[in-house]
Design a protein around this ligand. Structure first.
Ligand code: NDP
Length: 326
């Protein structure tokens, strides 16, 4: 089955955003950031477009912008889709936070992608860093002006934030000229994010949820505590609707008006993960999944916690910075 009518949300700038995105972060290994081999990711994006995905999430730091862009160009070239039928999200990296660096960074991204514009440019973190990863005190409001410049120049249709907390989101809304269209944050059964999401929605800011499978999969080679794919609560719900537990969790995000960003490089899972628009969870089922919450983050860069704009709660024993090579 192919999804032909992807649901969309309207953003606060009047533009539309598709209700599910494909993630394209391939992770880290011993050598650092994983880069796709033999254009594997490009081919995944080609398949994704064929089965109905219309939204792709990448970032300058993922090293996948080129392959996402190439796949989009190929499908537009074939006449399979029009450029305006797909929504491309990417992110500014932390080492480019000075206002004058932002437009330049997006121009480099567009060059890599071979696209004339992207749909959504996010500030990946509120944290500014130097090239050697020492901290800068560049205020994220300065960076935001740069994102506003990029939108005004037509390089991106919309701008938004990622990994900002409630106070930081509020400040950008209060002090910015353009209101963020989107905030992208970690959302899964172990981090339900009730307060931040209610706040964002009350201000008409669309929420994208990353790492939707939470504890269901191993992360960094570790099985963290929390529900797995065979969790009995999730299995019960899945059986009721004739769905998989992966689909139930993705639908839980959709039913909370959150755009899930699910990553897979497997064809069968591409189809599975998008096949979630023909059922709906009951409020009680949503509550059952909410009650897995333990406010656990798998993206917790505690090595940045001494940064003045660090968005999350501090931990006692911060981990070593994987970006700094010894
Ligand atoms: P996900 O929660 O999407 O999990 C991805 C993993 O789940 C992969 O190992 C995948 O394996 C597996 N998987 C996917 N579908 C299924 C399925 N139906 N059944 C069983 N297993 C499945 O995690 P991510 O952390 O990758 O987050 C998704 C995306 O969110 C990223 O790719 C990125 O785009 C974005 N993100 C943004 C961040 C930010 O700071 N803004 C931080 C982290 C992520 P396989 O590929 O083998 O199918």
């Amino acid at each position: 089955t192919v999804l032909t009518d992807m649901p969309k949300y309207k953003m606060n700038n009047g533009l539309e955003i598709p209700a599910i995105a494909l993630g394209t972060f391939l992770g880290f290994d011993e050598r650092g950031l994983i880069k796709s081999e033999n254009k594997m990711l490009r081919d995944v994006v080609l398949q994704a477009i064929d089965v109905g995905y219309r939204h792709f999430d990448t970032a300058a730091v993922y090293n996948t912008e080129d392959e996402v862009g190439e796949a989009v160009r190929m499908k537009v070239g074939e006449g399979r889709i029009k450029r305006e039928d797909v929504f491309v999200t990417t992110k500014l990296w932390n080492t480019r936070h000075r206002r004058e660096q932002v437009v330049k960074s997006l121009e480099e991204t567009l060059q890599k992608m071979g696209l004339e514009y992207i749909d959504l440019y996010l500030m990946h973190w509120p944290i500014g860093l130097n090239d050697d990863y020492t901290h800068t005190d560049t205020d994220y409001m300065e960076t935001w002006r740069g994102l506003e410049d990029a939108q005004q120049a037509g390089l991106t249709k919309s701008i938004g934030l990622s990994n900002f907390n409630k106070q930081q989101l509020k400040r950008v809304i209060d002090e910015g000229r353009i209101k963020p269209a989107v905030i992208q944050i970690e959302v899964h059964p172990q981090i339900v994010q009730k307060e931040l999401i209610e706040y964002a929605h009350s201000l008409n800011v669309v929420v994208m949820g990353y790492s939707p499978f939470g504890s269901m999969i191993k992360r960094y080679g570790i099985q963290f505590p929390g529900p797995r794919f065979d969790d009995p609560v999730l299995v019960d719900i899945a059986e009721k609707y004739g769905k998989t537990t992966a689909q139930v969790v993705l639908r839980w995000l959709v039913d909370r008006d959150i755009i899930p960003i699910a990553k897979t490089v497997k064809y069968s899972r591409l189809k599975e993960n998008i096949d979630i628009f023909d059922f709906k969870l009951d409020p009680e089922e949503i509550e059952m999944i909410n009650s897995f919450n333990s406010n656990t983050r798998y993206t917790l860069p505690s090595f940045w916690q001494t940064h003045r704009h660090y968005p999350f709660e501090k931990v006692e024993n911060p981990i070593a910075d994987p970006f700094i090579k010894n």
